[in-house]
Design a protein around this ligand. Sequence first.
Ligand code: PLP
Length: 430
Amino acid sequence: MELEQMYEELGIQRDILNFAREIEGNLKERFRGIDETAEYNQMKVIQAMQKARVSDIHFAATTGYGYNDLGRDTLEEVYALAFHGESALVRPQLISGTHALHVALSGNLRPGDELLSPVGKPYDTLEEVIGIRDSAGSLKEYGIRYRQVDLLADGSFDWEGIRQAINERTKLVTIQRSKGYATRPTLSVDKIGELISFVKGIKPDIICMVDNCYGEFVERKEPTDVGADMIVGSLIKNPGGGLAPIGGYIVGRQDCIDRASYRLSAPGLGKEVGASLGLNQSFYQGLFLAPTVVAGALKGAIFAANIYERFGFLVVPDAKQSRHDIIQAITFGTPEAVIAFCQGIQAAAPVDSFVTPEPWDMPGYDAPVIMAAGAFVQGSSIELSADAPIKEPYAVYFQGGLTWYHAKLGILMSLQKLADAKIVEIPDAH
Ligand SMILES: *Cc1c(COP(=O)(O)O)cnc(C)c1O
């Protein structure tokens, strides 16, 4: 059977395929650059695994306390080597990105300390961790104060504001690399490096932590290469490569990681405990695959930006901009278009493709939210997924794809649904 016929059987019509082929044809150079980054990062990961002498004994399961868990300790050495830190915590007991960030923050801050975000409001779930929104158990309840300096209107750093915000209490600076689900630009690793140098120039003992979620392996460098004391992320995003079924990581300076470990387990226990329960192989193998998985997700994001920009929708980043994370925002302007897009992503999934996502009133949100995800790992957003609050400006956030070909099918299917609903008209390909 011809490939075009395969696509037709999956529900993609010829005019969509022809239109998309033209767009894809113009992306060859960009995709080559992404493949080169993936190749570089693949070598980085293999080198770390070889240096740490990874062997099949490291895949064995441990239970109970997990004393002397060789697989866990070696995995942490691999992360430290690959991300150029002195030490690492990589654990299934870090149950999400938010949890890993909480452990890093609460392990390193003490009552009376001040936490500073020089890049504006942090990711939603951190508002309750910090106590920006009142919440039981927040850092605020433990006497840790929070200051924030917003980015300037053009997305650049407010150098003067940051200088004024730093004082003798400032202990830790938190820098979010990805825009997350906000409209500010994502920070390149070089920009993060400039910010860290500036902060340390004012007060050298400040701990600089980077929320690295969605950024891993997008560039050749990571924030630890430009002075970050800790980087933190989720294993069901980029570095888990789609195989890790749970987990988070913190990589960085030995003393920072040790303090985080006393918070994760208990003072006196630290990194010495925590059974890996048979998950190690998925962590190693996921990290091994992560550079190419991230490359596929990036190609999907760029392809989507180029397709939807052609129809006049606002896309962030735009069709040509350089990429520093895997998230693509598309503003459709109407609820019908948002719903059609998400239903297309769902219909292209390997799991639950027969399910039709509908907006629902999710706890904690002020508008109904629609989510598309046909994932092997529940909630995994390195797998192809999209979500959108049903409110102005009717924007969809789209990310992931374990392979480029799946991301491509998802985007073609979303376009098919928009065309079926007569929201867009497919132009004739030349
Ligand atoms: C996803 C994300 C988080 C939180 O991670 P969860 O695993 O969802 O708790 C924090 N910060 C950023 C920038 C993220 O993208």
